[in-house]
Design a protein around this ligand. Structure first.
Ligand code: AMP
Ligand code: MG
Length: 485
């Protein structure tokens, strides 16, 4: 018997920001992957999730008692252009649960059918993109990056039509919330200041409860989101992660990474790297991410002006701008700490940046593999720099850099421990993800399971998984990703 203790605050408190909605019935739901650890952390009964009732919920076919399924309304800047009306076009918020740690979590479905926000879309998802989000989201979580997580992937038994017919699926994902910058923009676009206050106070209760009741809470809330997003993007950068579609509707208030559509990880280090087929201008290139997050945060700030200074929102501009100005420095600080750790420096100093940037410059010049080259610093600290030299090719500045670095890290034991915790062995490499999806399409889930296993402990080398460390073969060609597939 599937029994879930829902407590649906979004449905109760934010009327006008959603449409109550039901999914469509999946003809033959079948469990593809179930995240047992996450189910347990949520206090959900894994057996019940696999029962016909559980599959019905996870596929969006029918909901258990206590769920209040709804399609969220939001707006958003997509590639810089504003759409006042987006919303869940193929997703549903099932409801909220309190996990074993006392944290409120959204249970949300993606691919559950058309909604009033679908525009031209079919509301469905294909198995490949569902598994992609499952794999990358779980990898990010294991890498320590705040992220939505995958609870289950369920095949619907239906065919979804893209360029070719594909098996349909639904992803059940879990998030600290699905509030986004675009949620606030939805209300600002309608001039609904009372709604904005209600939403901001709701977001504060969920994500910054210590601010509730404070007179300066909206400005402090903005600072909270700035801090979380600056730290998040610094973490992405330190792992070579390119989100690919940093639209304001994909920019969370919680500071979790959301929506793994066109994302990719760098193999060869190239600051200009872009993978998404539609990002022809390179707006969301790897090196642009710190700038783009500031842009997105400024859009959030605009929505809070009427709350910060109700009499005259313009009076709030200098205060909100001062908070937005901190984003660059918070990012720089977080980036400094993350990249210093990658070099083995636990207590970074302000003058470490040339060491960090010198290393990255050599990597960029030689197109060195981002993940492996940082990892090769570990044997180098222990006296064996063969692998590092191979990755860096003939970098003329490497010897001088190594001498400075060895002097700076001092005791190699502690530096090695720091590097082992900051430089993963395994990341969801693009070609491995693609292989897993191709095999799953052919009915073989073993490749996906093996990949998920390696990614579940990404900092520990695992016997038999040597090929999972390797970059794409040289003849693999440029990697291209696709949105909303
Ligand atoms: P995303 O790129 O996944 O963040 O999606 C951007 C917007 O497009 C969201 O409002 C989605 O709900 C909507 N969308 C994406 N794919 C579909 C689809 N197949 N059917 C309907 N809406 C979609
Ligand atoms: Mg989205």
């Amino acid at each position: 018997m599937l029994q879930i203790q829902f407590d649906n605050t979004y449905a109760r408190e934010l009327e006008g920001m959603y449409v109550p909605w039901q999914g469509i019935k999946a003809p033959a739901p079948e469990m593809i992957l179930l995240n047992l650890d996450l189910a347990d952390a949520l206090g959900l009964d894994a057996q019940a999730l696999q029962s016909p009732q559980g599959l019905a919920m996870l596929s969006g076919s029918s909901m258990p008692k206590g769920a209040d399924p709804l399609a969220m309304a939001y707006a958003g800047h997509q590639f810089g252009g504003f759409s006042p009306q987006l919303g869940d076009g193929r997703a549903l918020l099932v409801g909220e649960v309190i996990d074993r740690k006392g944290q409120r979590r959204d249970i949300h479905l993606k691919g559950s059918g058309r909604t009033p926000f679908s525009r031209g879309g079919d509301g469905k998802a294909a198995l490949g993109p569902v598994l992609r989000e499952y794999i990358v989201g779980e990898a990010m979580h294991a890498l320590g990056v705040p992220s939505t997580r995958a609870l289950a992937a369920v095949a619907t038994g239906e065919t979804v039509y893209r360029e070719t017919p594909l098996p349909g699926a639904v992803l059940a994902r879990v998030a600290a919330s699905h509030l986004r910058v675009g949620s606030f923009q939805f209300l600002l676009a309608r001039g609904d200041v009372a709604g904005l206050r209600r939403l901001a106070d709701y977001a504060i209760r969920r994500h910054d409860p210590e601010l509730a009741g404070r007179d300066d809470r909206y400005l402090a809330f903005l600072q909270g989101v700035v801090d979380r997003q600056a730290a998040l993007v610094a973490h992405w950068m330190a792992l070579g992660f390119v989100h690919g579609v940093m639209n304001t509707d994909n920019c969370t208030i919680s500071g979790e990474t959301i929506d793994y559509g066109p994302c990719a990880f760098l193999d060869a280090y190239d600051p200009k790297a872009v993978f998404s087929s539609i990002d022809t201008g390179g707006r969301y290139a790897y090196a642009n991410q710190p700038l783009l997050i500031q842009w997105n945060l400024a859009r959030l700030a605009e929505t809070l002006l009427p709350l910060i200074a109700p009499e005259n929102p313009k009076d709030a501009v200098p205060h909100a701008s001062a908070v937005i100005d901190t984003a660059a420095e918070r990012y720089a600080q977080a980036r400094h700490v993350r990249f210093a750790a990658k070099l083995g420096l636990k207590s970074p100093r302000s003058d470490d940046d040339p060491l960090i940037d010198g290393f990255l410059d050599m990597m960029a010049a030689g197109g060195a593999d981002f993940t492996q080259t940082f990892r090769a610093l570990i044997p180098a600290a222990e006296g064996n720099d063969t692998a590092l030299r191979q990755h860096m090719g003939a970098a003329p500045t490497l010897d001088a850099w190594l001498a400075r670095w060895r002097q700076r890290i001092g005791d190699s034991d502690s530096a090695v421990a720091v590097m082992k915790a900051a430089n993963p062995v395994y990341i969801p490499r693009n070609h491995l993800v693609e292989q897993a999806l191709a095999d799953a399409h052919d009915g073989n889930l073993e490749t996906t399971r093996q990949l998920l296993l390696a990614l579940s402990t990404p900092f520990a080398r695992r016997a038999g998984f040597e090929s999972h460390e390797q970059p794409a073969p040289a003849d693999a060609g440029a990697y291209v990703t696709y949105c909303g597939t």
